[in-house]
Design a protein around this ligand. Sequence first.
Ligand code: NOJ
Length: 730
Amino acid sequence: MNHRGGLVVWAIILIPVMLAAQIPGYGTEIESRIDAMVAQMTLDEKIGQLQQYAGGESAEHREMAAAGRVGSFLNVRGAESTNALQKLAVENSRLGIPLMFGLDVIHGYKTLFPIPLAEAASWNPELVERAAAVAAREARACGIHWTFAPMVDIARDPRWGRIAEGSGEDPYLGATLAAARVHGFQGMDLSAPDRIAACVKHYVAYGAAEGGRDYNTTEVSERTLRDVYLPPFAAAVRAGAATLMSAFNDLNGIPASANPFTLTDILRHEWGFKGFVVSDWNSIGELLNHGIAADSAEAAWRALSAGIEMDMEGRIYKNALPGLVERGLVSTAAIDEAVRRILRIKILLGLFENPYTDPDLEKQMLRTPENLAIARQMARESIVLLKNDKNILPLSRSARVAVIGPLADRQQDLLGTWACEGEAGDVITLLQGIRSAAVKPDLVLHARGCDVLGSDRSGFKEAIQLAKRSDVVIAVVGESADLSGEASSRADLALPGVQEQLVQEVAATGKPLVVVLLAGRPLTIPWIAEQVPAILMAWHGGVQAGSAVADVLFGDYNPSGRLPLTWPRTVGQVPLYYNHKNTGRPTNEQKWSTKYLDWPITPQYVFGFGRSYSTFAYSHLSLDKNEMGPRAMLTVSAVVKNSGRVAGDEVVQLYVRDLAGSVTRPVKELKGFKRVYLEPGESRKIEFTLGPGELGFHDAHHRHQVEPGRFKVWIGPNSAEGIEGDFCVR
Ligand code: NOJ
């Protein structure tokens, strides 16, 4: 990778990013305030600002706070605990610099929303932003200033458990939602009592872990880095993200937590980032394991000089930086620059003026009816209807329903990974949701059938008997919350345990069957996809999941979620993503084309796919020009009609293909989408604009260019269907 080359070109191309890269409330006038503070600080106080500890409950932590030897704590929460520590920092330390409290508020604080991957399936940035704003309001009311979110890692491999935490495989959708979440958390004013600072993570390419194994090595070409993995980070920085977190992974031989190319050249020089970077948990210490630092001092030196300002929990900065400064290996100017970045965010958060949290806010802000209503809407919009043969859904409210499966009545699992302060007791399970929607609750019967894991089939009999006595069976199967998320990669993506056998035996009763999948990732379900007439993907849907699923099952809500990833048939197909290259031998009937001998090359469900209780027809693709210059803008439109009998939302998607470039180009790339509500029979013209941002890519020299040549364009309901046109860039 050429580090330094191309900076000038990048400076020109990325001017839009740099100009907009403004953290809310930032103005150069605060710099003199920072200068004055830094001028008063001792080296120990400065290094203290660069250190973050987890917990905050120990005597040692309290002493550090009182001595001004810590900049931030993570995992301390609640007005009482945060205020107590803050008091020590503000009232006892020499300079009274306030602490910043960070926490993983990933998909809600107390009101838990669907996991981020599920939220991505809504393709609704406005709603995702509102969900993040609710999380911010609840968290700030409980003393939290800073969330370690959004997680914007592109993931093309569902074995990787952390796919649950991001927005899936696509850079365009990922970038759009990254910006939405940053806006939702931060708003226009970080010091507002209902906003918190965002921390965009994990910088960068963490999702490219080899074999889908968490923490594993990544090898990503600079072009793929720039075209695929960086765009969501760039979008988040452009949206004003205050901080970033460096990732655990080794990236092309230089760990992401010691990588000057990504942390300094790209982030600071190209994008003009003014905030600070925190390491991941001891990721500076882990540089020793990576074998890129011989000792802690070298690790600290590498991390700081690469561009990491704050050491999360590792204590490497605290222990090593004083000696490095003394030996002249780290300059005071480098330490000062790191301190300045951290103080900048503390000032913008208003912590010097308002260091404490009003304890009364806690009760007023949490789980309000408004927050729960947004959670329900978010959960509804995240559900993807994968199959609905013979319109078996929606169900009649007076049907006798057997709700079977190990996840049908599990509260904790619906919270998903990173449950934050979510409480299992607040969760509406699917069984509860279905019971309250049914005409009579006692029409709804339940049997677990089996556990999520294990081989015990002793419950099958009861489940089958219930099925026989019912009009319809709803099988709620999938993954418990602990099977996705950090350190939760799986080599097998099938339904765990004997759940598939349970579904098969229940299906054998001949009763109409609906499978509801709850999981943090797509599961390989070829038998179910083939044999079961109706399938819903409902992820881990948060506190309102049960009501939202019932809304869909009984037709109170017409499902509108679309897959934010490509759903494999078998684990042997992964990595599998729609925006792949064509190869020299694209798949065809011949043996000598790219394919497998034993499985189809196609996915189970394509990226962008999702059904509705209605149908939508696409027509009248129109382009306002057929030829254009590389800097021009093109308007593309199509007419979308609700050709079915119920009202509903359609997610209209626009894809392009650059047919011949100076480097190979993906077969399709999402470059626009709009969610539209249409009454039965209603038509609407949907317009998109394409310009250099959408048509450009990084060429052989990593310059962002729109190259002359022919492009195809599609507007359609997913990445495999749609109406097609073309145009030429001169
Ligand atoms: C490690 C995880 O990788 C990161 O996502 C998280 O924010 C930190 N731990 C803090 O909990």
